[in-house]
Design a binder for this molecule. Structure first.
Ligand code: ADP
Ligand code: CDP
Length: 236
């Protein structure tokens, strides 16, 4: 299964809950980019882009779910706490522009997604990472809901109204930049979950998707049973 959507739509949180409900591995592509950025930052290489590609090519990424969080290990070392620090984001966005790194991580993400039943989330998950996913979800929520959440996550509560307006403007630019690729991702999705009820938790959103999968699989199964029954056999 794959999940895409704009920034702050809840991809990471809903993917984590859905994977837990289904007993599957959750793969957060954003955490992988952040982990590469962390190694690049600590390695202080002369050529960041080439070093990042090499890291993505040779590293072993592994995800495990704890009751309350998704953990990521790179070559056996748990780097979850370090990659969760917002200070790693500017370098992450910088190196994520590099096509060589994207290709190397894409290969790695596909291998992980195909190795075992999983829920994979992040940018381009529906269109490029696993376009053959059995279920493709597109999450969305009104901009003001998403911006408020991101604002809270980054612990910016102390900022002034003017600074908040600047933050919103930055988010609007990110949305504008992503508009084309998101339109394509939602076009290819099986399910578009637009969160109209901002009071729902990520778990409640995941339960809605879980129920949708369950019902649709049931309908598919019943449809195939009725086709089997009604199809004329060679004998008849
Ligand atoms: N109903 C909800 N669905 C998803 N996330 C929610 C919800 N309510 C609050 N959040 C919070 O919004 C924040 C951003 O969500 P996240 O999953 O990181 O988004 P994305 O991965 O799409 O950028 C998280 O801190 C999450 O806990
Ligand atoms: N599939 C992905 C996932 C993340 N990224 C980059 O990594 C950053 C951090 O990922 P994230 O999951 O925290 O961010 P969002 O997907 O919530 O924007 C993003 O802002 C992107 O710059 C990417 O380029 N492609």
């Amino acid at each position: 299964m794959s999940i895409d959507g704009p920034i702050g739509s809840g991809k990471s949180s809903v993917a984590f809950e859905l994977a837990r409900l289904l007993g599957r591995t959750c793969i957060s592509t954003g955490m992988m980019y952040r982990a590469v950025a962390l190694i690049v930052r600590d390695g202080r290489p002369y050529d960041r882009a080439s070093f990042a590609c090499e890291v993505a090519r040779v590293s072993h990424f592994e995800f495990t779910s704890r009751p309350d969080s998704l953990r990521i290990c790179v070559d056996g070392t748990d780097v979850t706490d370090e990659v969760s620090d917002p200070s790693i984001l500017p370098l992450t966005s910088e190196i994520a522009q590099h096509p060589g790194l994207r290709t190397a991580l894409l290969r790695c993400q596909r291998e992980m997604a195909l190795r075992e039943p999983s829920v994979i989330e992040g940018r381009d998950a529906n269109t490029q990472i696993v376009p053959t996913a059995r279920w493709k979800f597109y999450l969305d929520a009104p901009p003001e809901v998403r911006y408020r959440r991101l604002h809270d996550v980054h612990k910016l509560s102390a900022i002034s109204p003017l600074e908040y307006a600047e933050f919103v403007r930055t988010m609007e630019l990110v949305d504008e930049r992503d508009r084309g690729r998101l339109r394509e991702s939602s076009r290819q999705a099986d399910v578009i979950h637009h969160e109209n009820f901002a009071h729902l938790s990520a778990l409640q959103d995941a339960v809605i998707l879980y129920y949708y999968i369950f019902r649709s699989e049931e309908i598919r199964r019943n449809a195939s049973i009725s086709r089997t029954i009604s199809a004329p056999t060679a004998k008849s």
